[in-house]
Design a protein around this ligand. Structure first.
Ligand code: GH3
Ligand code: MG
Ligand code: MG
Ligand code: MG
Ligand code: MG
Length: 298
């Protein structure tokens, strides 16, 4: 764990460096508040700051306040160390955003104990960040396939519609449904069915570009959103996906096919609603099923 030291006085700085590295941290030293802020902005892995109060240009209190204001969500722990005994200075520092305050001269053991509090604080913070990320992922992704879930793909659709309008791009939106899937489940069991859903999901995502989106819209239905140049471009892309699923995996004993309906959303189709687009794709999907399956209609 890195500790940023901001201290203009050489002797104090060397003493802090010693204590901090003996406590198992990696010290990074600067000699004024402005340099401390720069280091803090540049290195996201710095989370603990030990700062002097009176320094040229920019005080320790200003430093703590600026760090809090700039990145209120970034995990940080700041300890102000000072010989200044102006009444109320401790309250001023803590109110401005400092996490802790130590008067000089200090007992090194006390500073080490306070640094250990900072470490515990940051370790807990990091753990909570990981949990938060995991929860966010779980809330937006489908656990079987890892694709976006229905809510997330619908949110992506709204965003993609607005962006395509702004950038004057065509959007292709496809509803893709596995053919005779009920039969796969009934004949080979749910586990085999799940594998087929995973296979279709991963094949679709291999066929689209990183900035396109796809998600599991329902049980064996996928919604795909791709930026395209034209209607031909869109039907080419989705025919390729359809063919890739049918031919793709030679190790598969059973052939899996899909049908799909593709709506092209031209940039002129201002404020077409997501529901409207999905309904159009859905009715083309229905026609694809009616006309023999294993095909894409657009
Ligand atoms: P069509 O060719 O017309 O699409 O017919 P189908 O049999 O694929 O369509 P249908 O909608 O009748 O069947 C979908 C089935 O998908 C019904 C449901 O039990 C099954 N299913 C939904 N979610 C899952 C899942 O997560 N795993 C498995 N194994 N089956 C699922
Ligand atoms: Mg000073
Ligand atoms: Mg000082
Ligand atoms: Mg189906
Ligand atoms: Mg279906």
């Amino acid at each position: 764990m890195k500790v940023l030291i901001a201290e203009d006085d050489l002797t104090s700085r060397i003493m802090l460096e010693n204590i901090i590295s003996r406590s198992g941290f990696t010290p990074i030293s600067v000699t004024d508040g402005a340099s401390a802020l720069k280091a803090w902005r540049q290195d996201r892995s710095i989370s603990i700051v030990v700062t002097d109060l009176n320094m040229p240009f920019f005080s320790g209190i200003e430093l703590c306040a600026t760090m809090r204001q700039e990145s209120p969500d970034r995990g940080m722990y700041s300890i102000v160390v000072t010989a200044q005994d102006k009444p109320g200075i401790l309250i001023e520092a803590l109110d401005a955003g400092a996490s802790d305050f130590v008067y000089k001269p200090y007992n090194p053991a006390e500073l080490i104990a306070r640094l250990n509090v900072a470490r515990r604080h940051m370790e807990l913070h990091d753990k909570l960040e990981v949990t938060k990320e995991q929860l966010k992922h779980q809330a937006t992704h489908d656990s079987l396939t890892g694709a976006l879930n229905r809510r997330a793909i619908m949110a992506a659709l709204d965003e993609d519609i607005s962006r395509a309008e702004r950038n004057n791009r065509h959007l292709a939106v496809a509803m893709i449904d596995i053919d005779d899937f009920k039969g796969i489940n009934d004949t080979h069991g749910h586990t085999a069915g799940d594998q087929v859903i995973r296979y279709v999901s991963s094949t679709i995502s291999e066929c689209i570009r990183p900035y396109d989106h796809m998600g599991r819209y329902g049980g064996e239905e996928f919604l795909v959103i791709a930026e395209v140049e034209s209607h031909d471009d869109a039907s080419l892309l989705f025919r390729r996906i359809c063919r890739q699923i049918a031919d793709g995996d030679e190790r598969r004993s059973r052939r899996v096919t899909v049908s799909g309906g593709v709506t092209l959303v031209p940039p002129t189709a201002r404020s077409r609603s997501a529901d409207n687009i999905i309904n159009a794709a859905d009715s083309l999907l229905y026609q694809a099923k009616r006309s023999g399956k294993n095909r894409i209609l657009s």
